[in-house]
Design a protein around this ligand. Structure first.
Ligand code: GTP
Ligand code: MG
Length: 210
């Protein structure tokens, strides 16, 4: 996929106001893991999504339209310790409300830090997605923080700890701009499969049977 145009569309604070006009790829993960930075890297824009070294930057569900054909959805991070319990609850309600309520969700990109084993919250997120049969993809970011020779080893560590294949984990760095091609290719595949499934569900894409 080539990103020709990327625009901020809207921020939503309430699960009753979610958009439903285009297919969506959502970005979830621990606070500060690099979700917003990844959206900026994928779209070749420095400041499309607000990224910051201060955890808890993204507090709403943010929609970015890509080539007027899909949305990237940037979600608040989980696991940020320095917010009140009430605020944590509001964020997790919003994340869960989004994941269960968005009618055009194609796939969830779970962003992990390539350096570390998935946290208990990451595992909970993956269990949640499996439970509700929501398709997901692991993107392992901050690969610039480890030696190039160790990337494959870290990908294997993540794959083993999540019972996934190494091929299903996509290493990237938004800082040194590495790994985008595989992520964009995966998005293209996911969108094509989603469209195909929608067509056959609508009875247009199947065989004629004659
Ligand atoms: P929340 O909105 O708080 O959930 O965080 P986020 O997951 O959107 O993280 P964000 O993109 O704001 O990045 C957090 C910090 O990590 C920033 O200081 C980024 O510059 C840095 N960062 C993000 N991706 C990378 C990367 O690939 N490599 C390095 N070295 N730093 C990164
Ligand atoms: Mg963010």
């Amino acid at each position: 996929m080539i990103v020709k145009e990327a625009k901020f569309v809207t921020s939503v604070a309430d699960k009753s106001k979610l958009l439903c006009s285009l297919p969506e790829i959502a970005f979830v993960g621990r606070s500060n893991v690099g979700k917003s930075s990844l959206i900026n890297y994928l779209t070749n824009r420095n400041k499309l999504a607000k990224a910051s070294s201060e955890p808890g930057r993204t507090r709403l569900v943010n929609y970015f339209s890509i080539n007027d054909e899909m949305y990237f959805v940037d979600l608040p991070g989980y696991g940020f310790a320095r917010v009140s319990d009430a605020e944590k609850e509001r964020w997790s309600d919003l994340i869960e409300g989004y994941l269960l309520g968005s009618s055009r969700l194609v796939n969830v990109f779970v962003i992990l830090d390539i350096r570390h084993e998935p946290s208990e919250l990451d595992r909970m997120m993956i269990r949640f997605l499996n439970h509700y049969r929501i398709g997901f993809t692991i993107v392992a970011t901050k690969m610039d923080k480890i030696k190039k020779s160790l990337v494959a080893k870290h990908v294997k560590m993540l794959a083993d700890s999540l019972y996934l294949t190494t091929a299903s984990i996509l290493p990237v760095s938004s800082e040194t701009k590495q790994g985008k091609e595989r992520v964009l290719a995966r998005i293209e595949e996911l969108l094509a499969a989603h469209e195909e499934a929608a067509k056959s569900a609508a009875g247009e894409g199947g065989e004629t049977g004659e």
